[in-house]
Write a protein that binds this ligand. Structure first.
Ligand code: PRP
Length: 251
């Protein structure tokens, strides 16, 4: 394999108008320390307001267009395994504070980035373990314990969500708190919920760091029509381009 000429060749390669994400997600700041107004229009980043009144600055990412033209829609991004441990811990603390109001037996984490939060949320809530789902199929896994999945950031087909059959006994007949990093279109969470149901478990609530937009709302309901509570460290809108910058999408 040929070696890359330099780090600069490959790092920070972004759509024009969007920041490299290298320096993002490293600190939570007060409003006074924020490098921009918390209000729109936004240029390169979105300040997500946390329940304690502080902010986490998130980079804006353009949504790909079919013809490769400049994006007119974007979202604010959180990549938890590139964040500082302090940021992840703080977000998990807010998730646990929200989830603590609900009644459940077990914490379950969705891969990949939900697993950055699930153990921390579980520990905060006094649990000694949690149940991870995964995307890789170990040889003892079973096809009937899998569910197809796609998401806003990974829309391709072919990805499957698995539970290790050895973990089934931990969730069958239990009320489960499902943890992920983000919910946006809601399709990943729906796959997780289908797998839970197949395992004979009941979803009690969902905890995420980021609730993005509102598309997920109509999908996250139980078979009886009741709404599944979704707690979050913060909300952020999907955004549209206007002449003066990025604004929350019109409803
Ligand atoms: O509500 P949705 O539109 O489904 O989007 C949310 C999901 O998208 C991201 O995962 P991704 O599929 O990129 O995989 P990863 O967790 O392995 O990074 C994120 O981690 C959520 O699981």
């Amino acid at each position: 394999m040929s070696k890359i000429a330099s780090v600069a060749d490959l790092s920070g390669q972004n759509l024009p108008g969007f920041d490299a994400t290298t320096d993002y997600w490293q600190a939570i700041v007060t409003e006074a320390e924020l490098s921009q107004s918390p209000l729109p229009p936004y240029a390169k980043s979105y300040p997500a307001r946390l329940p304690d009144g502080r902010y986490l600055l998130l980079p804006l990412r353009g949504m790909p267009t079919a013809d490769g033209s400049a994006p007119d829609r974007c979202v604010a991004s959180l990549i938890a395994n590139q964040a500082s441990m302090e940021v992840v811990e703080q977000l998990a603390l807010h998730m646990a504070q929200g989830a603590g109001a609900h009644d459940f037996d077990v914490v379950m984490g969705l891969p990949t980035l939900g697993l950055a939060f699930a153990p921390l949320v579980a520990k905060q809530l006094g649990h000694s373990r949690y149940v991870p789902l995964g995307y890789s199929r170990k040889y003892w896994y079973r096809d009937e314990l899998s569910e197809p999945v796609s998401s806003i950031t990974t829309p391709g087909k072919g990805k499957l969500l698995y539970i290790d059959p050895n973990q089934l006994g931990l969730i069958a007949g239990k009320r489960v708190l499902v943890v992920d990093d983000a919910v946006s279109s809601g399709t990943t969470m729906v796959s997780g919920l289908k797998l839970l149901e197949r395992c004979g478990a009941e979803v009690a609530a969902i905890a995420v760091a980021m609730r993005q937009g509102t598309q997920w709302q109509q999908k996250l309901v139980r078979a009886d029509g009741s709404t599944i509570p979704v707690v979050a460290a913060y909300d952020c809108p999907r955004m549209e381009r206007r002449a003066d910058g990025w604004w929350p999408e019109s409803p």
